[in-house]
Write a protein that binds this ligand. Structure first.
Ligand SMILES: *Cc1c(COP(=O)(O)O)cnc(C)c1O
Length: 388
């Protein structure tokens, strides 16, 4: 069947019912698989016959998640990993070697920056950081040995955006792979592969699970690329567990509905925040006041659930507001049904120098909310009572 819609693929792809005729995907909690005969074992190991051998290599529940995710992104293949960080690490280690060079966006997820600067750098891989939206900066950062562009769009927490299609022209012209970390929007609101990216990396921990229950990650791309990443994962071990795969594969069933609801709630909150005296500035891509509004509207199918705002009075008043909320959870996680509130300057971006933080516009008065799926009137009322 061709031309199926996103939700049909998300709900229907990827699983072959067993002889028990179960309707919902089964969880195969098994580390290994048995063979009919010594001959079959030999054939599986020598790849003459396809099939399961050991859960570090393949598992039917994990396979169902991988097939669904590849299908909804219209990609050839997907490999699941134990977390989003494992997906980023596996991508780099599988596709690069000592002496290669990466160009990465400056305002990526903090742990991704730490991964590049402290672990990847040990393997003699050079790293240059550029401003996400600045296409000519990406182009001028390319060296003879550049193998990978790595970025997140939109950025967290301020929602800067890069034109993926334009950047993919630059990467292709320079024989560089373009990898997009899609955790902030998830596959329902942005399809980087359709825009020309070679690789999409997911932290399924965020919106794909969407309920704050487990860690999971995935890498999506061409069969050739994913074979290499899968080879790294099966040899080094960050494979996704069957149980967590089941959680995130059930998450895909409702993903696009949930993302619409997150986006609707976030827009209502952002519009309300803009009318508040104590609020200096609101950052939400769905507001026409956001500098990247038009580009986001073109390349995304929604604006997502992250709203940030700067309050008058700096850190003291930001802390007062955060501490005075009753419903919102004070946590740095995002992409949950529960709305969360955090102070980026002292948490997610606390490891940056003052200058780096200022360059990234992470001011002391900035507050980030990951807008959940509660009734938005209650979330607005909760924030309103903190602004008195
Ligand atoms: C959370 C996050 C990650 C890391 O994912 P884990 O599943 O926590 O390992 C990577 N990139 C972005 C953009 C994230 O938000």
């Amino acid at each position: 069947m061709k031309d199926l819609g996103f939700d049909t693929k998300a709900i229907r792809t990827g699983y072959r019912t067993t002889t028990e005729q179960e309707h919902s995907e089964a969880i195969f909690l098994t580390s290994s698989f048995v063979f009919d005969s010594a001959e079959q074992a030999a054939n599986r190991f020598s790849k003459k016959e396809s099939g399961n051998i050991y859960a570090r290599f393949t598992n039917p529940t994990v396979g169902a998640f991988e097939k669904k995710l590849a299908a909804i992104e219209s990609a050839q293949a997907c490999v699941a990993t134990s977390s989003g960080m494992a997906a980023i690490f596996a991508t780099i280690m599988a596709l690069l070697k000592s002496g290669d060079h990466i160009v990465a966006s400056r305002n990526m997820f903090g742990t991704s920056i730490v991964l590049l600067n402290t672990i990847i750098a040990k393997f003699n891989v050079g790293i240059s950081f550029v401003d996400l939206s600045n296409l000519s900066a990406w182009e001028s950062a390319v060296k003879n040995n550049t193998k990978l562009f790595l970025l997140e769009t939109p950025s967290n927490p301020l929602g800067e955006v890069v034109d993926i299609a334009a950047l993919s022209k630059i990467s292709k012209a320079n024989h560089v792979l373009l990898a997009v970390d899609n955790a902030i929007l998830g596959p329902a609101l942005q399809n980087p592969i359709a825009l020309g990216a070679d690789i999409v990396i997911h932290s399924a921990t965020k919106y794909i699970d969407g309920q704050g229950r487990c860690l999971a990650g995935a890498v999506v791309g061409s069969a050739d690329i994913i074979e290499q990443v899968h080879g790294f994962v099966r040899t080094t071990g960050p494979s996704l567990s069957a149980f967590n795969a089941w959680i995130v594969l059930k998450g895909l069933d409702t993903l696009s509905l949930r993302m619409k609801a997150h986006s609707d709630n976030a827009l209502k909150l952002a519009i309300w925040l803009e009318t508040q005296n104590q609020v200096e500035k609101v950052y939400y891509l769905g507001l026409s006041s956001h500098p990247d509004y038009n580009l986001a509207k073109f390349q995304q199918s929604g604006f997502g659930g992250i709203v940030s705002f700067e309050v008058k009075g700096g850190k003291e008043s930001a802390f007062k507001i955060i501490n005075a909320t009753n419903i919102l959870s004070i946590t740095a996680n995002l992409g949950d049904t529960k709305s969360t509130i955090t102070h980026p300057a002292t948490t997610t971006h606390g490891g940056l120098t003052d200058e780096e933080r200022l360059n990234a516009h992470i001011t002391d008065g900035l507050i980030r909310i990951s807008v959940g799926l509660e009734d938005i009137k209650d979330i607005i009322a909760d924030i309103k009572q903190t602004l008195v």
